[in-house]
Design a protein around this ligand. Structure first.
Ligand code: P6P
Length: 325
């Protein structure tokens, strides 16, 4: 039986007593991602590749597709009366929507931008929070990841795949030829152990000592204390790495390094680490900042960065323990 995204949403809302409006927010996000998908797949044919010759709050050069994807997400969410406000990697401050809205949506509209012009998988990452009572402010968004009511991503890869959790398991949807998300898998369970790690090795000299020691053990393989050989991957798109881990296990880490003492890591807590960490938890995996569960971190800013170790829970635990000694 074909289960479309809206069928799944209706079934889940009913089964778990979730508000209809949460389903409408997910629908708005998926509709925006359909538009992003269309532009991503046209690329040069729509003159949408290359630099926008602008910068964002992160101090990063924006690609044309970054700017367009961001606007498509903002337009879709601001059109939904259930959305009180949104926060984007590409926006310095939050964007207010509907005063009576019940939800806050945080997103990275197009993660992995350095891959856009070279046709390597990229993705949209989203996180949904309930709006707290009272007037909307930045503080409204600064909730720990464990308080998310939904999260997920759309991976623009060989297939266009939506991965979604409403905190009752995970559903995976593949975009069909009629531009509909059809459920193709559910409740992936990440193997507790792995022999595959993902890290940008070029930063090795900048890592803290425990991370250098941990990775050295993986590289030693059978000749070292782990007594098994490891394989390595690095796509430079977190969405692609997380999807690989959901499907076959692994560990992904972007550790803190000494290049900028002000930055505890490269990845952003609110719209990269938190949504992905919730998916890890729902799939039997784990995610820490090398010291604590990422989902327990009390945010202090919309764009705060965090070190990330996520994936197969035993491997995450081992790497985290190396930082406690
Ligand atoms: P580097 C993409 O810019 C991103 O935020 C993640 O998707 C990815 O894992 C990481 O940065 C890649 O970083 O330093 O290898 O380019």
């Amino acid at each position: 039986m074909t289960v479309l995204l809206n069928d799944y949403l209706q079934q889940q809302l009913q089964q778990h007593g979730l508000p209809e409006k949460l389903g409408s927010v997910i629908s708005s996000i998926s509709n925006a991602c359909l538009n992003i998908n269309h532009e991503v797949r046209l690329g040069a044919l729509d003159n949408i590749l290359g630099s926008a010759h602008t910068g964002n709050i992160q101090g990063e050069e924006q690609k044309k597709l970054d700017v367009l994807s961001n606007q498509l997400m903002i337009n879709a969410l601001r059109a939904n009366p259930a959305v009180a406000g949104l926060a984007s990697e590409e926006e310095e401050t939050y964007v207010a929507a509907h005063e009576e809205g019940e939800y806050l949506v945080l997103f990275d509209p197009l993660d992995g931008s350095s891959n856009i012009d070279v046709n390597i998988s990229i993705g949209t990452i989203f996180s949904v929070l309930q709006k707290p009572a009272g007037e909307l402010s930045t503080q409204s968004f600064l909730q720990p990841g464990k308080d998310q009511v939904a999260s997920g991503y759309v991976l623009y890869g060989p297939q266009t795949i939506l991965v979604l959790t409403l905190k009752h398991g995970i559903a995976l949807f593949t975009l069909n030829e009629d531009n509909q998300f059809v459920q193709t898998a559910r409740d992936p369970k990440i193997p507790a152990d792995t022999q595959e790690f993902a890290i940008n090795m070029s930063n090795q000299r900048h890592w803290e000592t425990p991370m250098q020691a941990y990775i050295a053990e993986l590289l030693a393989g059978k000749t070292g204390p782990r007594n098994k050989d490891y394989n390595m991957r690095w796509v430079a798109s977190m969405v692609a790495e997380v999807h690989r881990i959901l499907v076959r296990g692994g560990v992904f880490t972007y550790p803190k390094d000494h290049r900028d003492a002000q930055k505890p890591g490269k990845l952003r807590l609110m719209y990269e680490a938190n949504p992905m960490s919730l998916l890890m938890a729902q799939a039997g995996g784990a995610a820490t900042n090398a010291h604590q569960n990422i989902l327990d971190i009390q945010p202090e800013g919309l764009h705060q960065r965090v070190a990330v170790i996520l994936g197969s829970r035993n491997e995450v635990a081992y790497a985290t323990a190396k930082h406690q000694a």
